[in-house]
Write a protein that binds this ligand. Structure first.
Ligand SMILES: NC(=O)c1ccc[n+]([C@@H]2O[C@H](COP(=O)([O-])OP(=O)(O)OC[C@H]3O[C@@H](n4cnc5c(N)ncnc54)[C@H](O)[C@@H]3O)[C@@H](O)[C@H]2O)c1
Length: 376
């Protein structure tokens, strides 16, 4: 590769807007084509963002200027679209989850290795300055050795705001596979692989209603549990509790707390690229047995905040520099394995050991500048 890397986007839906805004602003990336199974959608996005070519998946894959495909289709076709891109000799960045099942995802990674192309998997929030600031603070020892974690994501559900929400309640999504990747990718990239999970979950309604857009009022089926509580064991010895729910009237999300031998830290919302990192130290001796206020120590966020597309940018630079990228397919696979195991445990009640593992996830330097031109 020399100069900015040619990127082709497949899937011109809701999330393509933010990807297009960001990827077209990075000097190291050139968005050269966009495709969709509904080509008119691709055309509209191409015109809006000055992308020179648009059409179908096949049009993107046969475009010689496309070196890396960004897969923004729905989870149900992630493997199909990513596999086609790999077969065409393209590197792939895919939205989460990597796939719906372990077999398909494992085969995808094997095919990529055989072809000598790379796979990157969302979320790329783990590359954001918010999470990276927290990771640096934890690695510097502000809470000592991490002991246990708590995370919470609870909302009324995306059927309130997404115009086509059925896929978010279908096999391959639900709060576990749709939101779980943010929380578990963050935790695994901090603490290392997860060794086992147990979970409880419920599908409180079998049908839900679209609330916004042209199909408002239509109903669709709920295929997976819409609220799940997971208990996790990390290979490093820590344990965690994790709530994911699309059924809570009390909206509260982005809760990530890590408790260590020398303090407790709150991290930014793992679905965001920026946010607050702060920690408290143990109280020590209670004054008069009455001290209830703890002093928060704020950690200043370092780095340039952009948003979705950072993972693609890191991939193209990593390929050029011949170094590992941060949000790898292997990380995506391990997280998928954990989430599928949690889903199975929610159905059977069993504690399930996780077979897959993942290498330590590299940190992003604080001076990582998305707007620098590094590829010439
Ligand atoms: N919407 C969000 O806020 C959000 C946030 C982060 C990640 N994501 C992820 O991004 C992905 C897309 O989500 P979305 O909300 O943009 O969905 P969406 O339904 O709005 O868009 C998906 C697009 O993919 C196209 N598509 C479907 N099958 C295709 C195929 N075989 N070939 C080519 N195009 C195909 C559809 O026509 C549609 O335009 C999902 O994996 C989702 O988990 C979404």
């Amino acid at each position: 590769m020399t100069g900015p890397v040619g990127v082709g986007i497949v899937g011109a839906g809701v999330i393509s807007q933010t990807y297009l805004e960001n990827l077209t602003s990075f000097p190291d990336v050139k968005v050269v084509a966009i495709g969709d199974v509904i080509p008119e959608r691709a055309k509209a996005k191409a015109e809006e963002h000055g992308v020179p070519a648009w059409g179908t998946l096949e049009d993107v894959l046969s475009n010689p200027d496309v070196e890396l495909v960004v897969n923004l289709t729905i989870p149900q076709v992630h493997i199909e679209v990513s596999s086609a891109a790999i077969a065409a000799g393209k590197h792939v960045w895919t939205e989460k989850p990597l796939g719906l099942d372990r077999e398909g995802a494992r085969q995808l990674l094997a095919d990529a290795a055989a072809k000598g192309v790379r796979v990157g998997s969302a979320p790329d929030t783990i590359l954001g300055p918010g999470f990276q600031t927290a990771k640096r603070a934890i690695n510097e020892g502000v809470i000592g050795q991490p002991l246990f974690v708590q995370t919470a994501f609870q909302t009324q559900g995306p059927d309130l705001w997404h115009p086509e929400p059925a896929f978010l309640f279908a096999n391959g999504a639900g709060p576990l596979l749709d939101m779980g990747p943010y929380y578990f990718s963050a935790l695994v990239s901090l603490l290392g692989p997860i060794a086992g999970v147990a979970a409880r979950g419920s599908r409180f309604r079998t049908e839900r209603t679209i609330h916004t857009g042209p199909r408002a009022g239509e109903t669709f089926p709920v295929e997976v549990p819409s609220s799940v509580q997971v208990l996790s064991s990390f290979e490093g010895g820590q344990h965690g509790t994790h709530l994911v729910s699309f059924d809570s009237a009390l909206e509260r999300h982005g809760v990530v707390e890590i408790h260590g031998t020398e303090g407790s830290i709150v991290l930014p919302d793992p679905n965001m690229f920026a946010g607050r990192t702060a920690y408290v130290k143990p109280l020590g001796v209670l004054r008069d047995g009455m001290k209830t206020e703890q002093e928060w120590i704020e950690v200043e966020q370092q780095g340039t905040v952009v948003g979705r597309g950072l993972g693609v940018l890191d991939m193209v630079r990593a390929i050029a520099e011949d170094r590992p990228h941060v949000a790898t397919g292997e990380l995506g696979f391990h997280v998928l394995d954990v989430l599928l195991s949690a889903q199975a445990s929610a159905e059977t009640g069993a504690y399930l050991e996780i077979e897959s593992t993942v290498a330590p996830v590299p940190a992003v330097p604080a001076d990582f500048d998305p707007f620098a031109q590094t590829l010439v």
